[in-house]
Design a protein around this ligand. Structure first.
Ligand SMILES: Nc1ncnc2c1ncn2[C@@H]1O[C@H](COP(=O)(O)OP(=O)(O)OP(=O)(O)O)[C@@H](O)[C@H]1O
Ligand SMILES: [Mg+2]
Length: 245
C-alpha cells in the first residue's frame, strides 16, 4: 500500500502523528529521537532512539496480533514510522506491574525489585496539567474517561493478556518484564483496541541475570548508556523473534 502524508495532527513527546490523504480511518506515526521524563521536565535528544523504538514496538505489536490481541497496527512504513488505525483514545494510562518499582514502590515504601504475587493493574488519568494522577475505577467513570465498568474490565483483561504475552516475549530474550504502560482507544467500528506504543520508553526491562536496567530509567536516573541499552533490547529481539522483525 502506498500512503501520502497529510497534515500534522499532533506533535507529541515521543511521536509525530499525521493524517493520510484519502484515508479517514488510519494515521501515520513517526517516532522521535526526543526523550522526556517526569512529565517533560527532563528533556533530551538521542540520535537513533526513534528508530529503535519504532522497530521494537512494531515487532511487539505484530507478536501481540498473533496472540489475538486487537491492536491498531496496520503496517510499518520505514524504520521510524508506521501506519495505525485511527482510534478515539481513552484518556487512561493502563499500567501493569509484575515487580514493584517506581511510583508504586515509593508510595508504599516497598523495596524496588520486590516481586508481586500476581500482576497489578492500575489506571492513571492522562492529563499532563494534573501530572497523570492515579485514578480509581469509580473516579474514571465519574470523569467519563471510560463509558462503563464493563469497558474498564475489558481494559484490565486486555492488559493482563498483553502482560502474559510480553512476559513470554521478553523471557525468550533474557529480559524480565518489570512493568509497563499501555494506552487503548476505540476504533471507528466501536472496538476497544491497543494503541500507542510498547518500547523501552514505556516499559521497565531488566536483564534476567544481572538486573541491569535496559529502559528509560537509564535516562530518568542518569545511568548513562541509554541508546546502547535500547539497542541491546532490539538486538536480542532480532535474534530471538526474527519472524516479527
Ligand atoms: N491509534 C491511535 N489513534 C489516535 N491517537 C493515537 C493512536 N495511538 C496513539 N495515539 C496518541 O497519539 C499521541 C502520540 O504521541 P506521543 O506518545 O508522543 O504523545 P505524548 O506527548 O506522550 O502525549 P500524551 O500525553 O497524549 O500521551 C498520544 O496522544 C497518543 O495517545
Ligand atoms: Mg506518549
Amino acid at each position: 500500500m502506498s500512503w501520502e502524508k497529510g497534515e500534522r495532527i499532533y506533535d507529541g513527546k515521543g511521536k509525530r502523528v499525521y493524517a493520510l490523504k484519502g484515508h479517514n480511518d488510519v494515521l501515520l506515526q513517526e517516532f522521535k529521537n526526543q526523550l522526556t521524563a517526569f512529565n517533560a521536565v527532563k528533556v533530551s535528544e538521542l540520535d537513533g532512539k526513534g528508530e529503535l523504538n519504532c522497530l521494537i514496538t512494531t515487532a511487539i505489536f505484530k507478536f501481540l496480533g498473533e496472540k489475538h490481541i486487537p491492536t491498531h497496527f496496520v503496517e510499518q512504513t520505514s524504520t521510524t514510522s508506521w501506519v495505525t488505525k485511527k482510534l478515539d483514545m481513552i484518556p487512561l494510562e493502563v499500567v501493569v506491574r509484575n515487580i514493584l518499582a517506581g511510583s508504586t514502590a515509593k508510595k508504599f515504601a516497598i523495596e524496588e525489585g520486590t516481586p508481586l504475587e500476581k500482576p497489578l493493574v492500575e489506571f492513571y488519568y492522562k492529563k499532563d496539567e494534573l501530572n497523570d494522577p492515579f485514578i480509581s475505577d469509580e473516579q474514571a467513570l465519574m470523569m467519563k474517561a471510560a463509558q462503563s465498568q464493563k469497558d474498564l474490565d475489558t481494559l484490565k483483561s486486555y492488559a493482563l493478556a498483553v502482560n502474559k504475552a510480553l512476559i513470554e516475549f521478553f523471557h525468550k530474550c533474557g529480559i524480565k518484564l518489570v512493568d509497563f504502560k499501555l494506552e487503548f482507544g476505540v476504533s471507528m467500528d466501536g472496538q476497544i483496541m491497543l494503541g500507542d506504543e510498547i518500547s523501552p520508553d514505556s516499559c521497565r526491562l531488566w536483564d534476567e541475570i544481572t538486573n541491569e536496567k535496559l529502559d528509560k530509567d537509564r535516562f530518568r536516573r542518569d545511568l548513562g548508556q541509554v541508546k546502547e541499552k535500547y539497542q541491546e533490547v532490539w538486538t536480542r529481539i532480532q535474534k530471538e523473534w526474527s519472524s516479527y522483525v
